[in-house]
Design a protein around this ligand. Structure first.
Ligand SMILES: CC(C)(COP(=O)(O)OP(=O)(O)OC[C@H]1O[C@@H](n2cnc3c(N)ncnc32)[C@H](O)[C@@H]1OP(=O)(O)O)[C@@H](O)C(=O)NCCC(=O)NCCS
Length: 331
């Protein structure tokens, strides 16, 4: 596992926005849809409810709402954005990029725009790109978004997957650090040998488009993914803190991708991070893929758990397999 300290101009998260669809789907309602129980879901995953978008909602529509909120929070004008990216595990179409739809809707007239596919890791990959572009002077301010309508790629008759995911979008405005050190280090990786653990449709070897699968759904090997995730989170935590010349003991708040409460607890234990320094909000949203980290940051801020200068560890993993972690000082 490789990790690197950041070089060049230091960047920071300047603003945060989220959008969560109104409709709540609780475990009790799922009990009436598939052979499951609130007890099983809470015990195995920590999820109590998730939000689902109205049928026909596009992922880019959620992205626009989260992006607008992030711009407002940062106090950044749309014209100031040089780069906009949207990551998603439930993109609307191969093209045009959702980022271009966001660009139009938010008036980001000076931005270049593209989408990124790295499953749940997408938002942190975007943040890494934004960090590199800003540090090297190719951009000054970036808008990075994760947006999901995962409810439309689920098989609602498959209890092993439909209870896990939820819809939401999250956005971060990234720019030169105004007050502190900003992003200190990165750990980025992938292991394509394990591509078949999380797939889209029954013909994943070729891909849903190549075989013209008319109705592909999210499928996964839960047990293997679980074991990978615990080990990966713990190793990333060690690698990325070491790259910054620190230890996990220096981390004030661990904000992990929310895939399963038990994964987070086991990884934190293995890495030596006490649970009072870990953000978990999966109970309210389920796994919202690329949106989990902005959502968790928003909730941590609302609960008064984020202070200027705090050392924050962000970490994610997802289909591919892919992973990313970064250590930053909160602005
Ligand atoms: C999916 C996950 C919660 C399943 O938990 P688990 O403890 O591994 O459960 P298993 O898959 O071993 O299944 C155990 C039993 O529960 C059953 N089960 C699965 N889903 C169920 C549900 N929603 N309700 C009730 N029972 C269920 C299984 O059929 C199985 O029954 P069996 O023993 O009679 O065959 C867990 O593996 C997980 O979280 N994996 C990682 C997922 C992840 O991170 N995905 C996103 C990546 S970004």
């Amino acid at each position: 596992m490789r990790a690197f300290p950041t070089l060049g101009r230091q960047t920071a998260i300047l603003g945060l926005g989220v959008h969560v669809p109104e409709r709540v789907l609780g475990n009790a309602e799922l009990e009436r849809m598939v052979d499951t129980s609130d007890e099983w879901i809470v015990e195995r995953t920590g999820i109590r409810e998730r939000h689902v978008a109205e049928p026909g909602t596009a992922s880019f529509e959620l992205a626009v709402k989260a992006g607008r909120e992030a711009l407002d929070a940062a106090g950044v004008e749309p014209e100031a954005i040089d780069l906009v990216m949207v990551a998603s595990s439930s993109p609307d179409a191969p093209f045009p990029a959702m980022a271009c739809r966001v660009q139009e809707c938010l008036g980001l007239v000076n931005a270049w725009a593209f989408d990124l596919l790295a499953a749940c890791t997408g938002l942190l990959y975007e943040l890494a790109i934004a960090d590199a572009m800003i540090a090297s002077g190719r951009a000054r301010t970036a808008l990075v978004i994760g947006a999901e309508v995962l409810s439309r790629i689920l098989d609602w008759g498959d209890r092993s997957t439909c209870v896990l995911l939820g819809d939401a979008a999250g956005a971060l405005v990234v720019g030169p650090a105004r007050h502190g050190a900003g992003i200190r280090s990165w750990c980025l990786g992938a292991d394509g040998r394990q591509w078949d653990l999380l797939v889209y449709g029954d013909h994943a070897h070729k891909g849903a488009y190549a075989v013209r699968d008319p109705d592909p759904h999210f499928k996964m090997n839960g047990r293997e993914t679980y074991m990978f995730a615990v080990d990966n989170f713990a190793r990333q935590a060690l690698a990325v803190t070491e790259a910054a010349g620190l230890t996990v003991g220096d981390v004030d708040l661990f904000v992990p991708h929310q895939a399963n409460r038990r994964i987070i607890e086991s990884a934190a234990r293995r890495a030596g991070i006490a649970m009072d320094r870990v953000v978990i909000n999966i109970d309210r949203y389920g796994n919202t893929s690329t949106a989990t980290i902005p959502l968790a940051l928003r909730d941590a801020a609302a609960e008064g758990r984020l202070h200027p200068g705090d050392r924050i560890l962000l970490a994610s993993f997802g289909a591919g397999l892919t992973w990313a972690a970064c250590l930053l000082d909160w602005e």
